[in-house]
Design a protein around this ligand. Structure first.
Ligand SMILES: Nc1ncnc2c1ncn2[C@@H]1O[C@H](COP(=O)(O)OP(=O)(O)OP(=O)(O)O)[C@@H](O)[C@H]1O
Ligand SMILES: O=P(O)(O)OC[C@H]1O[C@H](OP(=O)(O)OP(=O)(O)O)[C@H](O)[C@@H]1O
Length: 214
């Protein structure tokens, strides 16, 4: 049996993803995303786990360093990664939205002026969305705390993730459009999907069975 390599996202997806994989029999050892060791081997199952930053998982998979990985759909949309998306793990659910300060008095895209500045981590998704809407935008790339940008005059609006809506609320922002829905996805390298087909298919089926029980 060839060794399989799976890239796992550190951060908020880590625990629920490991729980599902454990129940599916894909994880059989202690895995801790606080670990300073970044490659954890399971000799019995012949699986190596790469503990990756969430936004980098698709890169390991695309380049074939990992055969499988788990990543948010939001990241896949932004990256346009050349990988197969094989399963929705139905966790890490959130939405990519456009939000604007409440005080702007704007409640829909139609009310936006024809130009504006948008702060976001998701520059490609945002650009494509506003192009489709025919709204000219200048995109300002940030790496976090996106909601702060319009409050300090860095942008007119934001494109970011909303889940409970709490961050938007607490920063007096209102959602004016939904761009996409996101949840964690199991992805595979395109070549591995062929060369390791049976093993990967078994994993997909086992994980699917766990999800359908939930
Ligand atoms: N508030 C949220 N609720 C649910 N899912 C979320 C939320 N924020 C992000 N996610 C999902 O979890 C994935 C990983 O998010 P996480 O915050 O762990 O990584 P990150 O965005 O790279 O953050 P950091 O830069 O802090 O490492 C995101 O790509 C998204 O799919
Ligand atoms: O609707 P909510 O439940 O409030 O969740 C949304 C927030 O969660 C994410 O932030 P994260 O905590 O990952 O921090 P970040 O801003 O540094 O990305 C996202 O960027 C939003 O800010």
């Amino acid at each position: 049996m060839d060794k399989l390599t799976i890239a796992l996202p550190k951060g908020r997806l880590f625990d629920p993803v490991v729980e599902i994989l454990r129940e599916a029999g894909v994880v059989n050892r202690e895995l801790d995303d606080d670990s300073r060791k970044l490659i954890l081997e399971d000799e019995q199952l012949e699986i190596d786990f790469l503990l990756s930053k969430a936004v980098d998982v698709h890169t390991y998979v695309e380049h074939g360093v990992a055969d499988l990985g788990v990543v948010g759909k939001d990241v896949l949309l932004e990256a346009g990664a050349s990988v197969y998306e094989v399963l929705d793990l139905e966790l890490g659910s959130c939405r990519l939205v456009v939000a604007i300060p409440e005080e702007a008095g704007i409640t829909s895209l139609e009310e936006l002026p024809s130009t504006g500045r948008v702060a976001t981590k998701y520059v490609n998704v945002a650009q494509e969305f506003f192009d489709q809407q025919g709204i000219q935008t200048e995109i300002v790339k940030l790496n976090g705390s996106i909601e702060m940008a319009p409050l300090v005059g860095l942008s007119d609006m934001i494109v970011d993730i909303s889940s409970t809506g709490r961050t938007l609320r607490e920063n007096n922002l209102i959602e004016i459009a939904e761009i996409a829905r996101s949840s964690a996805r199991l992805i595979t390298n395109r070549v591995s999907y062929k060369t390791q087909h049976q093993r990967i298919k078994n994993i997909i089926d086992d994980v699917k069975a766990v999800i359908s029980k939930q």
